[in-house]
Design a protein around this ligand. Structure first.
Ligand SMILES: O=C(CO)COP(=O)(O)O
Length: 247
C-alpha cells in the first residue's frame, strides 16, 4: 500500500448472476462492509441490467458502484452500448475501461480505452484503466514495455484531475489461480507509479483471493485489488477487504 492513499477493494462481477442474486450479494456486502476512517473504500461492478437494483440495495451502506464498460460518446446511434452519463445517472461512481476481456474479446485499442476514460471523466465517473500483458508478451520479456505503452496511450488528458485508478491485470492471471511473483507485481507497480499522475490508486487484479490478498496488499505501490471470481461470495470479498484494513 502507499502512505496517504486510501486503499480501494473492487469487485468485478463480470457477466454473472440474476438480479435476485445480485441483490443478495449487495445486501451481504453492504451490511458487513467495514466503515472505519482507516478502512478501504469498496466498490462493486455489477452487469448493466443489475445496476439499478444493486444501487438501491447499497444506498447508505458506504459501498460504491461501478459499471464494467462505457461508450466514448455521451449519446447517439450506438445500438447496444451504454454511455458514461447514463452510468452517472444510475449512480455509478466508477467505470472499468480497457479490461483485458474487452481488449482481447472486443478488440479495444488503447485509443478506444483513452476515449472511454475521457468520456467517463467528462460525465463525472472515475475511470479504472486496466492494463496487463499476455503470457506470450511476458515470456518474451516485454511486460514492462507493453504496459508502459498501454498506460501512456490509454490515459486521457484530464486523467490527473480525475482521481483516477489504474489496475494491473495480466490476462494469464485472470481466473487461472496463477499470479505474478511478488517481485513482478512490485516491478510493474513501480512502473505504474512513475507513469500515472500523483495520487492515482494502483490496483492489482488476477486470481486475488482471501488467502493471497494480505501478501499482495502489503507490496509497495499496491493500493488495492480488483477481484473477479472471489468477489461473487460476500464473505470472501469482505475477507479480502479486511486484509486492507489496519490490523
Ligand atoms: O479480471 C479480474 C477482475 O477484473 C480478475 O478475475 P479473477 O479474480 O477471477 O481472476
Amino acid at each position: 500500500m502507499t502512505p496517504g492513499i486510501r486503499p480501494l477493494i473492487a469487485g468485478n462481477w463480470k457477466m454473472n448472476g440474476t438480479i435476485r442474486e445480485a441483490i443478495a450479494l449487495a445486501e451481504s456486502i453492504g451490511a458487513n462492509a467495514p466503515r472505519g476512517e482507516a478502512d478501504p473504500d469498496l466498490v462493486v461492478f455489477p452487469p448493466f441490467p443489475h445496476l439499478h437494483a444493486v444501487g438501491s440495495t447499497l444506498m447508505g451502506h458506504g459501498v460504491a458502484m461501478g459499471a464494467q464498460d462505457c461508450h466514448a460518446e455521451p449519446k447517439g446511434a450506438h445500438t447496444g452500448d451504454v454511455s458514461a452519463p447514463m452510468l452517472r445517472d444510475i449512480g455509478c461512481a466508477y467505470v472499468l475501461v480497457g479490461h483485458s476481456e474487452r481488449r482481447l474479446n472486443h478488440h479495444e485499442s488503447d485509443a478506444d480505452v483513452r476515449d472511454k476514460a475521457a468520456a467517463a471523466i467528462m460525465a463525472g465517473v472515475v475511470p479504472v484503466i486496466c492494463v496487463g500483458e499476455t503470457m506470450a508478451q511476458k515470456a518474451a520479456g516485454q511486460s514492462e514495455s507493453v504496459i508502459q505503452r498501454q498506460l501512456q496511450n490509454s490515459m486521457p488528458d484530464r486523467f490527473s484531475t480525475a482521481r483516477g485508478v489504474v489496475a494491473y491485470e495480466p490476462d494469464w492471471a485472470i481466473g487461472t489461480g496463477r499470479t505474478p511473483s511478488e517481485e513482478d507485481i512490485t516491478t510493474i507497480h513501480a512502473l505504474l507509479r512513475r507513469l500515472a499522475p500523483a495520487g492515482t490508486r494502483l490496483l492489482y487484479g488476477g486470481s486475488v483471493k482471501a488467502g493471497n490478498a494480505p501478501v499482495i496488499l502489503a507490496l509497495p505501490n499496491v493500493d488495492g485489488v480488483l477481484v473477479g471470481g472471489a468477489s461473487l461470495a460476500a464473505a470472501e470479498f469482505l475477507a479480502i477487504a479486511a486484509a486492507a484494513s489496519p490490523a
